[in-house]
Design a binder for this molecule. Sequence first.
Ligand SMILES: [Fe+2]
Length: 210
Amino acid sequence: MWLDLGVYDIHTLLAPLIPDQNIEIYMDELEQISRAFAVIIDKKSAFTHHHSLKISERAFKMAQALGYDEKKCRKMKISGYLHDIGKLIVPNSILDKPDKLTKDEMLLIKKHPYYSKFILKQIKGFEDIAEWGPNHHENLTGTGYPEGISGSQFTEESQIMAICDIYQALTEDRIYRSGMSHDDAVIIINKLVDKRYYERYIFDEFLKIH
Ligand SMILES: [Fe+2]
């Protein structure tokens, strides 16, 4: 609710400026546009230069491995491309800060998936895309963010995004540490699976696509 209050004014201010028009686009174009956005999002920080592209690629492979139909696989790809679009509101001075973040800076970073969902929800037909990717910092126990969803609310599709995201984040360099090896990242995610953050069969499937 507090997060909603923060964007209410922006929405009210923008509404009279943006023409109310409906544009229909095909899946191929949608993939291309989403990919272009992914490049913009990833290039915001040198440490994430192919973050969304890799998550999209793995989420697509996972969707295929789990037998999703073609349309759903492509929606997973798009959701991966756009899962971090809310990061565009976080200044680089915070994203690339080498020192410990202040409480307020951490709070702003933790809002980015909320903004991803808020932005994507504006698009008709993006109902699933706006859920799956933007839930990438949630987990089954309800200790994730920004909404703290748990159990059946944290769907298989969202769990795929979360596992792809954490693997990618752990194996990428950060300003305060180097990227981990595949084996070390697997050990860490395995511990999270033991703590019931994600379902075991989804992580097993993830390991098979490598
Ligand atoms: Fe994120």
